[in-house]
Design a protein around this ligand. Structure first.
Ligand code: ATP
Ligand code: MG
Length: 381
């Protein structure tokens, strides 16, 4: 028999307290739930607004005991939570995503091999467990990127290499298992955020077009400026992948479009920066969908009610003068169809994600023009 949905005022456990978690907490509160966050960082943005914040490591015995005693279900906003912790929590409550799927997504070697073994195209790659794996690599993989298998984000743990010699030097530097991946000429980068329930119902949010700067997401345009055929193919691939994983929860699939072909770059077992636009542009946000899938509620509509352009606000914006100062938000408040979101992080650092804004408009061109003008006005070059 299907378990009955988890109803408010139940408390939900959230592993990880970053900005993705903060939006989950906002949503949970709107729907009448409570949230207990586990994150070792006392200043974690989601911890500050949650009903309680356990400041402890993810595998802390007492912390996990508290979650088991007080929470009706558990989810994560961070893929580097030890999979064993999710497994342990699953003994007392529903957990989505599951330990199995998170353990694939948190290791680039497992992730890429899973994709290849299930027939999904990726950039050509070679797993590099140690330097010896670089002895006989084919020359045509260069230029390439060496990426650490674990803990990389926002382009961290990556080195561009032009030869096996350079790859060996980079591997020595990282001294951890890596993936060597061919550097592709990209036509476009796109992503699909989807939600899937325990019954296998799957809904994809509209395709997002992403541009990056220095390996960090900069702007997301929705709908992506591509053909309906490519949009449909990306959705189909993402849904099929979620089904192969037996995935429950919100999953993000990042794609490269190279030579007109869709390749899967990586997956994230959680809501995603490129899905922030769903807060202001869609009937249901990716965070509400995460909660719905977790609590056994029916999924919400993924319909896009407005063309949306999301712009990330990184820490360098706070360092435009001699010393650190708050950007001039009034420049953004003057734009009536611009929605500003700041994450409440205590201090700004270059490359740190501090907030974002989304411009929504009924005209796709107008949304892009206004967002790019706002981006420039606030001081992003
Ligand atoms: P995220 O913040 O998405 O977790 P990440 O650190 O895991 O990022 P990737 O998604 O692997 O890193 O790479 C970041 C960006 O670098 C990509 O979105 C793309 O712009 C560029 N990039 C990565 N791999 C390749 C490649 N093989 N060919 C061309 N560009 C690439
Ligand atoms: Mg990425």
């Amino acid at each position: 028999m299907k378990p009955s949905p988890i109803a408010p005022p139940a408390t939900l456990a959230l592993l990880g307290g970053g900005q993705l978690g903060r939006f989950f907490v906002h949503t949970a509160h709107e729907l009448g739930y409570k949230v207990m966050v586990l994150d070792p960082d006392a200043g974690a943005p989601a911890g500050k607004i949650a009903d309680s914040h356990i400041i402890a490591s993810y595998d802390d015995h007492d912390a996990l005991l508290q979650l088991s005693q007080h929470c009706a279900a558990a989810t994560t906003e961070f893929e580097n939570v030890p999979a064993t912790v999710l497994e342990q929590l699953a003994q007392t409550m529903p957990v989505s995503p599951t330990a199995d799927t998170v353990s694939i997504a948190q290791d680039r070697i497992r992730e890429k091999e899973f994709l290849r073994d299930n027939g999904f195209n990726t950039a050509p790659f070679i797993p590099v467990v140690d330097e010896n794996d670089l002895n006989n690599v084919p020359d045509d993989i260069f230029p390439a990127i060496l990426k650490t298998a674990r803990f990389g984000y926002d382009g961290k743990g990556q080195a561009r290499v032009a030869s096996a010699r350079e790859a060996r030097a980079a591997q020595r530097e990282f001294s951890t298992p890596c993936v060597l991946e061919k550097l592709l000429q990209l036509d476009l980068e796109v992503s699909v955020v989807l939600a899937r329930t325990t019954d296998g119902e799957c809904r994809c949010f509209p395709l997002a077009e992403n541009s990056h700067r220095n390996g960090i997401l900069d702007v997301t345009v929705v709908p992506a400026r591509t053909t309906p055929a490519l949009q449909q193919q990306a959705e189909q691939m993402a849904s099929e992948l979620a089904a192969r994983l037996g995935y429950v929860g919100v999953l993000t699939v990042e794609f490269f479009v190279s030579d007109g072909q869709l390749l899967i770059n990586e997956i994230a077992p959680r809501p995603h920066n490129s899905g922030h636009y769903t807060i202001d542009g869609c009937v249901t946000s990716q965070y509400e969908q995460q909660l719905r899938a977790l609590c056994g509620l029916p999924l919400g509509s993924v319909s896009l009610h407005s063309n949306s352009v999301m712009v990330n606000l990184l820490g360098e914006l706070w360092f435009q003068g001699e010393s650190s100062s708050e950007p001039s938000w009034q420049l953004l408040h003057q734009i009536p169809n611009l929605k500003l979101h700041l994450y409440g992080k205590a201090s700004a650092r270059p490359a740190r994600k501090m907030g974002h804004f989304t411009v929504i408009d009924q005209e796709p061109g107008a949304a892009i023009t206004a967002a790019m003008a706002a981006r420039k006005a606030i001081g992003i070059n």
